[in-house]
Design a protein. Sequence first.
Length: 372
Amino acid sequence: MSASACAGVQRLGSTTAYAARRLHSMEWRIHYIRLAAASRHQMSQVCEACESAAAETVESCDDPMEPYHLCTVCHQRLNARALRPLEWYNLAKRHGWYQFLLHDDFYDEDGTAAQPEEPVERPCDFPAPILAAIAHDSRLLLDYSITRWHFAPDVAGTWAALSRPDILRALTERFGSTENIGIRSRVLEICASALHEAGAEFVRYAWGDYPAAVPLPSLAQASAACLPFREGFDRVAAALAQQDGSHKRDLIFSLGYFHSPEALDWIEQHIFEPITENWGYLAAASRLDWPRVEQWFERGRPLSLVAIDALAAIMRPQTPFLRAYGPRLYQPPSRAQFIQVLSAYAGRDKVPRVQERTAGLISNADNDAFQW
């Protein structure tokens, strides 16, 4: 057995021998998929945009590692922001819609050119696929999902109707055939939504590519959905321990995918200044309860700042992640006690940030999120 395969098996920890054999097989399968993908980059290809003419140009301006392979005509259209909808779709499914020449300043989500520098040739004759047309096929649905700006509920519902073995096969193949961070992130997002515990081995494999070729937030989301809580939470916490400063602050929300009070304990143990709203967002996503809020107010800064930011985030979620989750305050106090405790805290801490936040919370004390 090779060293890479041995390392993959060791990552399983206490999983069963059966699971280890499955993961070993998955590692070799992905290894050969990557070799095949690398060989495709070196040989003559069909144009990735029109999928009919021969590829004559390698355009690496957006991604030197995974360049576009294009015919002369489609290369001209790409640089003129004048791809037809199907041509845009075919490139977006391979490279991601967020690449500079494909992104949402230049194209709508259906591939319609928004700022073409030359007329788009017969766009109505080359429409991008719609969801209903590809919903039955996991590989085609994955192509479609990669081209979406967001992983919307209608797409998630379509994935839920497919068989888990088919889903796992499609996700494994795509993950192994690219190191595109955006595509891998979408693959893990689908895994979290559609596979749950059936995706555990795949998620463990994906951790083997961290941090070089997979982002922590995507791994955290998939780990929270697919791995046993203890394993997933500890993996993410260990990864955060390797981060420093502002980069760590930017990533702490990854623990929010677990929606666990253990993240509140983690905050108490690892908090550091400056105290940005990220700490409050994590607390709001982690089943924050009123007794903990009172404790943090009593302990003062920096935890009191996290408490007030968390209450503000519960009252009015500011991030897509929090809005989708719908945070609430657990074990809420009476309305009168809420106002009394906040007023007392504001009397002890006179900085503008505290004064503005407490005033806003008190004036909106009837917000449904507090559930008096």
